[in-house]
Design a binder for this molecule. Structure first.
Ligand SMILES: Nc1nc2c(c(=O)[nH]1)N[C@H]1C(S)=C(S)[C@@H](COP(=O)(O)OP(=O)(O)OC[C@H]3O[C@@H](n4cnc5c(=O)[nH]c(N)nc54)[C@H](O)[C@@H]3O)O[C@H]1N2
Ligand SMILES: Nc1nc2c(c(=O)[nH]1)N[C@H]1C(S)=C(S)[C@@H](COP(=O)(O)OP(=O)(O)OC[C@H]3O[C@@H](n4cnc5c(=O)[nH]c(N)nc54)[C@H](O)[C@@H]3O)O[C@H]1N2
Ligand code: SF4
Ligand SMILES: [Mo]
Length: 711
């Protein structure tokens, strides 16, 4: 354990350096207080330049998760019907024997693709997170699960335009003078970036928020531009129309560092502000003002949120937005350019965990969004899925077509294993539940998708009960299945040693030893006051330029970046895509379902995590849906009544909120609430479609039409 010297210690009290495990851009450095072997509190590390000592409402009582009386502490076998939540304690040996026996029987009957893993980012640690288990399932020959929950479409579009670049250092935003926060509720979802933006604002920056909702972040902005969901592409294309048409482009930068300018100029001529106004609901004059201010204020910065991709044209939207900084030469300046996912700065050694070479070439790939259909047979699969292993994920809450997920999980002939901290709605359907450790009980090392710091997580306390880290879970499963590859015998400290490419120049001066001392370290990149990654071009694209005309899309068509599809390090080619940016309108329109439903993140839950914790439930309340006063009045709905939100896919009952914060025609129902606590055992994903966006197999949660009626 690492004691912090500067903190007053009593003999039985120590502090341990840890890291918030969550799938959140902030990746906060935590300090855990341990008294007599018990974690009694967590707080942010005040010395961390990004975290600055504060943890959010989702995590600042993390010790309550460790000692939650409802925690799963032992392996359990189901004794009641699926979904009932009735289980009996068994030993690890019995659990592993049952799993191995079931796998062998199912595989003998159907072949190995009958087994399917379902996992995502319950923890983001490199050891226990995204790729833990991949090697095991590759070795087994199981169905490969494509995981495009989050930012996959945006990453395809971004990579196709500017390459997999870290982009602007989030800390450089203090130098920005014009900041567009586009589809991101920063104060809830990227809390520690807000003080940087606020500092820039204090120094004179104009902060613009483009969002259908006047939320906590929009209220702090200088200009909130409400937009119809799914039409941001029209706005970005019209901005280019104005910038090029009015001669506001940075001609030198465009000439030296971009590809396909002439074709782009020709393409965007049709996308006038008047046309975009019809699509977006934003006055044409506002579109002109935005384009002019953006093009003429240096440094200008666009921060795109993940929600920007969640509609039919999400990929092309990000394509268009990613063209803007090069068009106006924003990359020339410290604090100028695009902030998407700084995770590309982190040299994580993914292949050492994924082991793509263990996969059988040609193994079937099923996208996780289709899990409801895959399990109910609506997606014809040969062989069918007869064994499911869920860890780091809660598909009952996070997947669309919730009713199909529930019906699929209830199948009697399906053998389901779930590893989690508590009995989630998903775990309640399991045949075997396995106890997982929390972050305070496991080793890990964290990359970040929101800053340039590596953070080490040292366990603060011994595991409660018989809980094990995911690494150990897969070591045990591999041993039971008789897999003798060396990888399956690596200890956590050996895994830590291979988590990063320590020889990368950005890791210079950073070692596991130094991290044990400090807890975290900034990547060896120029400081936030000088970092201009593309002042002289140097984009990691085939041409080295910002590609208005994308050679990657031209060559591969639609593709999923490797991180989301653990099969290989190669781009997986898909269907034809026009290599020039263009407009793809929202898919769902509807007379019978006139309201456009969006489901952003809950303030107090991290996706569905913490969704059953007492304190967070008190802060967040139950599943709500918020309507504009005009839409509420037209339906005889008043604030505080229960309403049904429905379409052809399903329905859920929510507490109605009425507020002019929401644009007319839009309904907002945050995601994360648990069906088991909901009025009719359904939450917002009951009505969401599985349909993919145009690039990267991204979800279309913002492309959902519903009607809302009082119940
Ligand atoms: N509190 C909290 N923080 C979180 C999470 C959480 O669950 N809770 N989850 C983490 C994860 S996994 C992620 S991916 C990030 C996501 O964080 P964000 O990128 O902020 O994404 P969301 O909260 O889903 O949506 C952000 C905003 O986009 C708006 N929006 C929805 N559709 C559209 C659209 O078509 N156009 C425009 N312009 N705006 C639109 C919504 O109104 C919302 O205000 O947050 C992370 N942080
Ligand atoms: N309608 C709608 N749906 C969405 C979204 C949306 O905005 N709207 N957002 C999408 C996005 S961006 C994302 S990222 C996904 C998130 O989808 P998920 O990553 O599935 O998110 P969680 O619901 O938090 O589920 C994580 C589960 O892992 C468990 N867990 C945590 N740590 C560990 C561990 O160490 N070991 C094990 N075995 N389990 C652990 C947690 O307790 C929790 O039950 O949801 C997607 N779904
Ligand atoms: S959820 Fe995000 S903001 Fe909250 S403590 Fe974790 S990393 Fe920090
Ligand atoms: Mo996400």
């Amino acid at each position: 354990m690492t004691a912090l010297d500067d903190l007053p210690l009593t003999p039985t009290t120590t502090t341990v350096r840890a890291a918030c495990p969550h799938d959140c851009p902030d990746t906060c450095a935590m300090v855990v207080t341990v008294e007599n072997g018990v974690a009694t509190g967590v707080r942010g590390d005040p010395e961390h330049p990004f975290t600055r000592g504060g943890l959010c409402v989702k995590v600042n009582n993390y010790q309550d998760k460790v000692y939650d009386p409802d925690r799963v502490l032992h392996p359990m076998r189901r004794t009641g019907p699926k979904g009932s939540g009735r289980f009996e304690q068994i030993t690890w040996d019995e659990a592993l024997d049952t799993i191995a026996e079931q796998f062998r029987a199912k595989i003998a009957e159907h072949g190995p693709e009958t087994v399917m893993p379902v996992s995502y980012l319950g923890t983001q640690g490199i050891l226990n997170g995204l790729s833990v288990g991949d090697a095991f399932f590759h070795r087994l020959g199981a169905t490969v699960t494509e995981r495009t929950y989050c930012d996959s479409g945006a990453c395809t579009a971004y990579a196709a335009t500017v390459g997999a670049t870290a982009g602007v250092d989030p800390e450089s935003l203090v130098h920005s003078r014009y900041i567009i926060i586009w589809a991101c509720n920063m104060v809830s979802t990227n809390l520690h970036l807000w003080p940087v933006v606020a500092e820039a604002q204090k120094r004179g920056a104009k902060v613009v928020v483009i969002d259908p909702v006047r939320h906590k972040t929009a209220r702090r902005a200088d200009w909130h531009i409400p937009i119809r969901p799914g039409t941001d592409g029209a706005l970005a294309l019209a901005m280019m129309n104005v910038i090029i048409g009015e001669g506001l482009a940075d001609e030198d930068y465009v000439r030296e560092h971009t590809l396909g300018y002439e074709e782009l100029a020709e393409r965007v001529r049709q996308y006038t502000p008047e046309w975009a106004s019809e699509e977006t609901g934003i006055p044409a004059d506002d579109i002109r003002t935005l384009a002019r201010e953006y093009a003429t204020t240096d440094p200008s910065l666009i921060r795109i949120g993940v929600a920007i991709e969640r509609h039919a044209g999400g990929g092309q939207t990000v394509r268009s937005i990613a063209c803007l900084p090069a068009l106006v030469g924003a990359w020339r300046h410290v604090g100028g350019g695009l902030l998407q996912l700084p995770l590309w700065a982190h040299p994580v050694n993914w292949p050492a965990f994924i082991h793509p070479e263990m996969a059988t070439p040609g193994t079937r790939v099923v996208n996780q969004y289709l899990i409801g259909r895959a399990l109910t047979g609506e997606l014809p699969l040969d062989p069918p899925i007869t064994a499911l292993v869920v860890y780091n994920s809660n598909p009952m809450v996070v997947c669309p077509e919730q009713d199909k997920v529930a019906r699929g999980l209830a199948r009697e002939d399906l053998f389901t294993v779930v590893s989690d901290h508590v009995l989630t709605d998903t775990a309640r359907h399991a045949d075997i539940v396995l106890p997982a450790t929390t972050q305070l009980e496991q080793h890990d090392i964290m990359f970040s998708w929101g800053h340039f710091y590596v953070t080490l997580n040292t366990p603060a306390v011994a595991p409660e009960g018989e809980a094990v880290p995911n690494t150990e879970l897969f070591r045990r499963l591999a041993a039971r299945m008789g897999f003798d590859d060396e990888y399956f015998r690596l200890s956590d400290s050996e895994l830590l040693a291979q988590a990063y490419d320590w020889s990368s120049p950005v890791m210079e001066g950073i070692t596991l030893e130094s991290l044990r001392e400090s807890g975290w370290a900034r990547l060896n990149l120029p400081g936030p006051d000088e970092y201009r990654p593309h002042a002289d071009g140097g984009f990691p694209t085939p041409s080295g330029r910002t590609e208005f005309r994308s050679s990657a899309l031209e060559a591969a068509g639609n593709f999923v970046v490797p991180l989301f599809r653990q099969l290989s390090e190669e781009y997986q080619p898909g269907g034809y895509v026009d290599p020039l940016p263009h407009y793809v309108p929202p898919r769902e329109t509807g007379d019978s379902h006139p309201l456009n439903l969006i489901s952003p993140k809950s303030h107090a839950y991290l996706n569905s995590s913490a969704g059953d914790q007492a304190m967070q439930k008190r802060v967040q309340g139950e599943q709500t849906v918020t309507l504009h006063p005009a839409d509420a009045a037209a339906r005889d709905i008043v604030d505080g009544v229960y309403v049904a939100v429905h379409n052809d896919r399903g329905r859920f009952v929510a507490l109605a909120r009425v507020s002019d914060e929401v644009a007319p025609g839009v309904a907002v129902a945050p995601m994360g609430a648990w069906p088991k606590n909901a009025k009719d055992q359904s939450t917002v994903n009951a009505v969401n479609p599985f349909a993919f966006a145009d690039l990267g197999n991204a979800p279309t949660f913002s492309d959902t039409r519903v009607e809302v009626t009082p119940v």
